[in-house]
Design a binder for this molecule. Sequence first.
Ligand code: NAP
Length: 312
Amino acid sequence: MTTRTGPVFTKVALLGVGLIGASMAHAMRRGSLAAHIAGYARSPETRKRAADLGFCHAMHDDPRAAVRDADLVALCAPVGAFASLAETIAPALKPGAILTDVGSVKMAVIRDVGPHVPNGVHFIPGHPIAGTEHSGPDAGFPELFDGRWCILTPLEGADETAVEQLKELWRGCGSRVETMEPKHHDLVLAITSHLPHLIAYNIVGTASDLEQVTQGEVIKFSAGGFRDFTRIAASDPTMWRDVFLNNREAVLEVLGRFSEDLSRLQRAIRWGEGDALFDLFTKTRAIRREVIDAGQDTAAVNFGRNPAKPRS
Ligand code: NAP
């Protein structure tokens, strides 16, 4: 690995300055990774708020102005907005620039953005596996990517120097970096992220609909497990709508497997097959241990909540 003497990029443009874009700006500033960070947001409110928070050196109301002379352009808006953003900025991209994104799906992004990428611009799709249920410029913070994976899905024949430069940026932001085939990324994320979000949206929806249990009781007794789903189910509706519409195939594939396994559990409960339940729950407890050992979570009691309070 080379030792860096200056910033990784002279000018970075972030198209979208919500949770991920703002966090990238904070992390790049923390690591002195970019000499100039230009931001773009579509609404005057978000631009004003981002300007007040000051994580970008300049905020623009035109994405073409933001990307002018940028060595790195990162699409940080919801995935459904990428095609039109890419089409708009294409003529303004600097030859030799890297165009990347942070979208939660990769095949659809390549489909939507790829055709607009001018010759001489290096398109390297990416996805930081880090997030919270909060959105907007205020949600960003410099440590978001620390110790988290960032997956890059370079296309066949991608420029190795450009890929290495982008990896260096993500490492500077605190991430561990891995490269993967885009189709495989979509399948892995369908099971590790998209399906859990779908389950959370569904269970919270079901609970709010259950006639024999009042809404007040659902909230009052939520510490029984429900509240952990409510955190995930509070995630941004626009982003998650776009994820499911753009990773349909992989989500439906894992959803099929999930439904079969759920039916098996239903049968085990119906027929009193305690051993089957016990064996599965023992296996899943071991997986939780592996997640903690891999540094993807802490073993804090109650997920680190209210440590001083006794458990009720
Ligand atoms: P966010 O906090 O809601 O911010 C979205 C940003 O995009 C805002 O600046 C918003 O500006 C702008 N935007 C929204 N719609 C747009 C449109 N149609 N055209 C142009 N700009 C638009 O979202 P986020 O959580 O940062 O997510 C951004 C991307 O990161 C998504 O592609 C998502 O898949 C990916 N991602 C998210 C997470 C996560 O946990 N949240 C994790 C990894 C990757 P306005 O406020 O002006 O609308």
